[in-house]
Design a protein around this ligand. Structure first.
Ligand SMILES: [Zn+2]
Length: 263
């Protein structure tokens, strides 16, 4: 697994198989003093339980913060390493997991963080409800082919459906959620505004041509590309579900190529 920092608050870890990207995002909690206590002037309604202090490598306390993990690496040892990766980067342990869509290879976060709730678009929650055990079956088939053994089976827990389009608070920051259907029947793209990072889900990949999986739809795919276009144009980094992280110009080229391929 390869991990790089895209921004002070954004890491991307790329799995050695399928080149699946896992994005780790930290939102600071403003209005807290250095110990994570609520300061009188910065009181907010959204109560954060046990905010964690973020300590920069120099030992300086910058703020309390909250972390979300979006999608997942695939291999057992990569999932096992993930908590240590966050710790090393001085990101607090995640308080939430997010999945861009319901394909099994993006749903493995709970193997790394079993107690943490998984949030996803309502369309994905619906898909998971409609085919219970599908992700587990596909994971078992993949593991069977590659002779991969896991310490425990995948349990998705009670999946939290998020309204999309919508916003999702991480610390005092907000992630923006955009519908991203077409590759599959479900999904969302996640825009991290303060870092200008777009987590696209299975779109805009240089290693995977536009693919219509079960429930995928060409018109919905094209609509998603057009919906993402302005975000891609203003992005510092675009993280596809699989393959290299792209800058805005390259991602716009890929977007055009995908539109042409689907036309
Ligand atoms: Zn995928």
């Amino acid at each position: 697994m390869r991990a790089v920092s895209l921004h002070r608050d954004v890491l991307v870890a790329t799995s050695a198989v399928l080149q699946v990207n896992c994005v780790i995002v930290r939102g600071s909690v403003e209005g807290r003093d250095a110990d994570g206590r609520r300061s009188a002037s910065g009181a907010r309604d959204a109560e954060q339980e046990n905010p964690v202090r973020v300590i920069e490598p120099g030992g300086e306390v910058i703020a309390a913060a909250e972390t979300f993990v979006i999608d997942s690496p695939v291999l057992p040892e990569e999932l096992e390493t993930l908590p240590a990766l966050l710790e090393q980067a001085r990101f607090p342990a995640p308080s939430g997991l997010l999945a861009t869509h319901g394909d099994w290879d993006h749903l493995l976060g709970r193997l790394a963080f079993p107690g943490v709730a998984l949030g996803c678009a309502e369309s994905t929650a619906e898909r998971l409800r409609a085919s219970p055990g599908a992700a587990q079956r596909e994971l078992r088939a993949f593991d069977g082919d590659l002779l991969i053994e896991r310490p425990r089976p995948l349990a998705l827990g009670s999946v939290q459906a998020l309204p999309v389009p919508g916003r999702c608070a991480v610390g005092d920051r907000e992630l923006e959620l955009y519908p991203a259907e077409g590759h599959t029947v479900d999904g969302m793209a996640i825009w991290i505004p303060w870092a200008r990072v777009l987590v696209a889900g299975d779109y805009l990949s240089t290693v995977e041509p536009p693919t219509l999986n079960d429930g995928g739809d060409r018109d919905a795919y094209l609509a998603t590309l057009e919906r993402l276009r302005p975000l891609v144009a203003s992005a510092e980094h675009v993280v596809p579900g699989h393959g290299p992280v792209l800058d805005s110009a390259r991602a716009l080229e890929v977007l055009e190529e995908n539109v042409a391929a689907l036309a």
